[in-house]
Design a protein around this ligand. Structure first.
Ligand code: SAM
Length: 227
């Protein structure tokens, strides 16, 4: 009889997958791009995600009343800032490195998809979809509907949208790619402007209660009203 020893990937060397270049950039820094399958590319602001919460982030944090779920928390600057404010917060993210960095920054985080079963479903006071995370899953309607189910009635959802075109509503396949050309596998993503979000919100159980721009970023506050 032989004994097999299974050795899993070390946390510092993420296995190849959709997010592998992203996890490497979170760990080591360096430029990262979102590259669509049609070849269009845009830079991803990993350095800002790894920095402390800034003035524009503060406008989101100030609206988080009570236990807050940061969906796609990345390296955890918002979760850590909420904890420092005394606001209970949990980050969730698919990327193991993001979860590890959030915990290292002093926050609580779980490696979970927003579409997986989550603690406190239907009881969260606030939720965050920051830094383009309205794109998660490539279907904003499904994501908003799922997020409504996570919030308590009258819970607040804070969403960052595309600041350049308020009517933008795009769904696409993309990969992340680093400066050396290392690519992850394709995943579905979306981009939404403020007006497009306002049009979609009522069909997903939300009422828009505010929109604002800070530092070239665009945000909306939605309240869960039920469908
Ligand atoms: C644009 S980055 C957001 C950065 C983050 N808000 C920050 O402050 O660093 C998108 C994040 O969403 C995560 N993500 C993608 N799909 C997800 C899903 N289905 N559930 C949870 N997180 C997801 C990615 O791993 C990534 O960390």
């Amino acid at each position: 009889m032989t004994t097999a020893i299974m050795v899993g990937p070390h946390a510092d060397h993420p296995r190849p997958g959709p997010l592998a270049p992203y996890e490497t950039a979170l760990r080591d820094g360096g430029p990262l791009y979102l590259v669509r399958t049609d070849g269009r590319r845009e830079p991803l602001d990993v350095d800002r995600w790894k920095a402390a919460a800034d003035t524009a982030d503060e406008t989101l944090l100030a609206r988080c009343a009570g236990p807050t779920l940061d969906i796609g928390c990345g390296p955890g600057r918002l979760v850590a800032a909420l904890v420092r404010r005394g606001t209970p917060a949990l980050g969730i993210d698919l990327a193991a490195t993001a979860v590890r960095l959030t915990v290292h920054a002093g926050g609580a985080a779980l490696r979970r998809s927003v579409f997986d079963p989550l603690p406190g479903e239907g009881r969260w006071s606030s939720a965050l979809l920051a830094d383009g995370n309205i794109g998660i899953g490539g279907d904003p309607e499904a994501l908003l509907t799922r997020t409504a189910a996570l919030l308590r009635r009258d819970g607040v959802l804070l969403v960052e949208t595309d600041p350049r075109n308020p009517d933008r509503s795009e769904r696409f396949a993309a990969r992340v790619e680093d400066a050396a050309g290392h690519r992850g596998t394709p995943f579905r993503w979306a981009a939404l402007g403020l007006h497009a979000l306002e049009r979609l919100a009522p069909t997903c159980g939300f009422k828009t209660t505010g929109t604002w721009h800070t530092d070239d970023r665009a945000f909306a506050e939605l309240i869960r009203i039920g469908v």
